[in-house]
Design a protein around this ligand. Sequence first.
Ligand code: HAM
Length: 419
Amino acid sequence: MSTFKAPKGTYDLIPPYSAKYLAVRDAISGPLRLSGYGYVETPGFEDVDLFARGVGESTDIVTKEMYTLTTKGGANLALRPEGTASVLRAALEANLHKAGGLPVKLWYSGSYYRYERPQKGRYRHFSQVGAEAIGAEDPALDAELIILADQAYRTLGLRNFRILLNSLGDKECRPVYREALQAFLGGLDLDEETVRRAEINPLRVLDDKRAEVQKQLVGAPMLRDYLCDACKAYHEEVRALITAAGVAFEDDEKLVRGLDYYTRTTFEFVHDGLGSQSAVGGGGRYDGLSEMIGGPALPSVGWALGVDRTVLALEAEGVELDIPPATSVFAVALGEAKPVLFGLVTELRKAGVAADISYGGKGLKGAMKDANRSGARFAIVAGDRDLAEGVVQLKDMESGEQSPVTVTDVVALLRTKLA
Ligand code: HAM
């Protein structure tokens, strides 16, 4: 062991376990790549004000959880706590919204950082795959994203997740509701921080998990009763499209989400096998965010799914992912056979066969142990005598059968056998 450990709230992804994370990222991004979403990658840190303005001054993310730093040049930066503000910033900076048709559809995958109290499913460094559809107000786009996330989870084999759906209204109806809610909250016995939050974004108070707060919220005005006709119609269309696609969801009028930029459609994917950190993913519409960060009006919608929690959800359901073995063919070279087998392994790799070879001048026993450990389906073993005859021994690692194959034929034969 070294003197150092991974920082608190973080963990390393180590093979073979790490293969699950790659498989999950692939499964989530697969449906997006088939639906017109292009890959975007942004820096791991941004101007701290991008998140302060975008994610919102009343959120835990901004007030408590950001990793901030001042550079030697005096710039105030934050490690990105989420992807939406960064992706929108990048799209605006590259003028993607002016380049062609809207929406601009983008997907991303990467690391995010939140200084949270670590527990199972909640880390200070975690990983998301996300999608953003920028610049169109169309219920079909909201529906598309929800359907694609559902498809990704189902492809992975997840079953016990639920989709919670709500509408948070728009700039017409939300202010009216906000005022009614603020008036209600003003009559409650709340701590100083919650009072402050009620002033900045009263809806977030509804999301407060503490029992003493929830108790007082009984009888609070509900947004559903304040939605304007346009928001109601929009939401009904989203619901109808998801229903028609056969995707089940639950209406959850208390769903607020932990970020301030949401308008209209909001949703969360929850898994009941995860304990308190049950949200495996979430998203929604953010029609005003572009203007909040200095851009033009660009109504948009998106989601991010947590890779760490998705892996935990798969484990909770006992789903075994179909991960191909890292190595299909393992070469064991004895005597002077190393250069020939090394050449064969290189050829196999070029032909798309996962191949490896024993290193470090091991004897037959040690090298065969490596072959077993690699999980390879076949081993090719050769010593001086085999090479003098122009053959290698091809060993089927499942049946244990072994037979000589001419050196010139072995690559083609293995390709056929493994096809
Ligand atoms: P979020 O709900 O904050 O949304 O995060 C999305 C997902 O990231 C969560 O459901 C969870 O799976 C995962 N996650 C968040 N924090 C942690 C953590 N500390 N440890 C492990 N996993 C975590 C957003 O980030 C929005 N940007 C989503 C979005 C995209 N909305 C519109 N477009």
